[in-house]
Ligand binder design. Structure first.
Ligand code: DAT
Length: 198
């Protein structure tokens, strides 16, 4: 059994997954310094891993996106993340959540940007973690805006983790939401560690 919880931070691209995961890990580092037991959270950015190892199956030119070979990806991360593979504490950052075996994950956080105008601007003008402009347009923009309005990722998460309380939806519209969400997830982590201590 892992010592620290594995968490997925998911949601439509642009909803704030990387921002939240990064801030959560910083919070964990700061708080662990004063907390009796450290909870070393670590970022597992699936997009980065897929790019690094070229786990691409094909390129969808209409949606201007790589289609990831999920089998290769899961084989690769299984060694670090599966039951008995280590201490846990992984913060998985990806817009797809329902490919991971249920038992690998203790909490699924679905971020939601409920303000369509704000979300639209993020997809068209914001920069990603590598400083590249997103510049979504056409079908890609339309599909992602629709997915966010309809709550597609939240629905997929609830289907994949039907147990009560495993999936939480958190608002991610303003910068203060990121801070508040990280605090909530951190409190949950501390409780998880207490509840699962031998
Ligand atoms: P994702 O990882 O879900 O694709 P991101 O973390 O890269 O999203 O964020 C996309 C952009 O939006 C980035 O410029 C930061 C900004 N952003 C994300 N969440 C936000 C929030 N809650 N408040 C303000 N800006 C936010």
């Amino acid at each position: 059994m892992r010592k620290f919880p594995n968490i997925i931070i998911t949601g439509t691209p642009g909803v704030g997954k990387t921002t939240t995961a990064t801030q959560l890990i910083e919070l964990a580092e700061t708080e662990s310094a004063s907390f009796s037991e450290k909870i070393p959270l670590k970022h597992l950015s699936i997009n980065k891993i897929a790019k690094q190892h070229n786990f691409y199956e094909s390129y969808d030119s209409e949606l201007q996106t790589h289609v990831i070979d999920e089998e290769k990806l899961l084989d690769h991360i299984e060694d670090v993340i599966a039951d008995g593979a280590g201490d846990g504490g992984w913060v998985i950052d990806w817009h797809v959540c329902d490919v991971f075996p249920e038992r690998w994950v203790d909490l699924v956080v679905v971020l939601r940007c409920e303000d369509t105008q704000v979300f639209y601007e993020r997809l068209t003008t914001s920069k990603n973690a590598d400083g590249e402009s997103r510049g979504y347009e056409g079908k890609k923009l339309e599909e992602n805006v629709d997915a966010e309005i309809f709550g597609t990722v939240a629905e997929e998460a609830r289907e994949a983790w039907p147990e009560q309380g495993q999936v939480v939806e958190l608002k991610s519209v303003q910068a203060e939401d990121v801070e508040e969400n990280c605090e909530r997830i951190w409190e949950w982590c501390k409780q998880w560690v207490k509840n699962n201590a031998e």
